[in-house]
Design a protein around this ligand. Sequence first.
Ligand SMILES: Cc1cc2nc3c(=O)[nH]c(=O)nc-3n(C[C@H](O)[C@H](O)[C@H](O)COP(=O)(O)OP(=O)(O)OC[C@H]3O[C@@H](n4cnc5c(N)ncnc54)[C@H](O)[C@@H]3O)c2cc1C
Length: 347
Amino acid sequence: MRVRRSLAYRLEAALGSGRVQCDVPLAPFTTLKVGGSADLFYEACTADELAHAIRTARNMEVPHFLLGCGANVVVGDRGFRGLVIRNAATQIDIDRANYRIRAASGAIMYPDVILLAVDHGLSGLEHYVGIPSTVGGALWQNLHFLAPPPKRERTMFIEEVLLSADVLTESGRLQTVGAAYFDFGYDYSILHDCDDIVLSATFQLSPGHPERMREIMKANLEWRALRHPPLDSEPSVGSIFKKIHGIGAGRLIDECGLKGASIGGMVITHRHANIMVNTGGGRAADLQALIAYVQAVVHDRTGYALETEIDFVGDFAPPNPAKPVFLPRPPGLVTAEELARMRSRQV
Ligand SMILES: Cc1cc2nc3c(=O)[nH]c(=O)nc-3n(C[C@H](O)[C@H](O)[C@H](O)COP(=O)(O)OP(=O)(O)OC[C@H]3O[C@@H](n4cnc5c(N)ncnc54)[C@H](O)[C@@H]3O)c2cc1C
């Protein structure tokens, strides 16, 4: 504890008096609402503060982790030994003449960045409505969603509208880079494999028809509401397992009859077989046990090896050894597939 305090004082000397907190629970800063405390915690409110905090942690050789919305991370129940830097750098500037938006990497994609773009008639970001993400997290992940209805013929990626980004490289240089630098793929950018930090991003948008953009947002929000449990009442970290091309991880899990499987406070939602929900009091140890159970059953029955697509951060307790139980399907729930079948019968 004394070591932690003295490290906090040294960090505060660089980052500002009263700016570094000790023993901060991380669960509230994640969408799954699990995880222990960070030994040390700092909120960066501008891109400069973010760069300075990362440099300071690197120079002092303090283990550190950058947290956005926490929508793609699971924090271990034993917390994080070191400094968690929460990205609260939210400045957004609009360049209407050139159809561009420049946002600090802690800016929230929806509603903040997307609604600003749409309100100014700028198109290109509206597809990602309803996805919890900072700008930095969106580049880390290459945020993606289906093309607009009625065709929904392909997956669209944030890389398509990324013009450039200001990056603090792992070697400590400040650099402006183009989209190619990120080597984007599905659920992938170079940020997975290096310690570069995105400080801000500039999106090149195009003039859009406000009515069409609002139509797309409405349709996408409806699509999501049917498939994704609402985050405020059913915390989750989105899809747990990576897409298996042409098959679908969720479909395999569903075919194995695993919807409703539950360990401790985690359950595979009946709404979507690739999403696990914290039913209250859930722990990372429950999630890990449920993940291992699903992987084993799916592999046994189908031969496919499911891989997780989420980031595990910090120190983990051993997985919960309890056997899974199956929770009944909530009365009145209609899944997206069932709704589609009902609609096609009506046509
Ligand atoms: C209900 C739900 C639905 C979802 N639906 C979708 C979807 O449709 N499409 C989709 O693509 N994703 C989806 N996701 C996943 C998630 O929204 C994305 O991965 C999102 O981009 C994560 O952003 P974040 O700010 O929360 O990042 P975090 O989860 O906070 O961080 C993720 C990783 O990015 C790193 N990182 C964050 N900021 C930076 C930065 N500035 N520089 C470098 N590294 C950084 C972190 O260190 C960490 O390793 C969904 C998640 C949920 C919970």
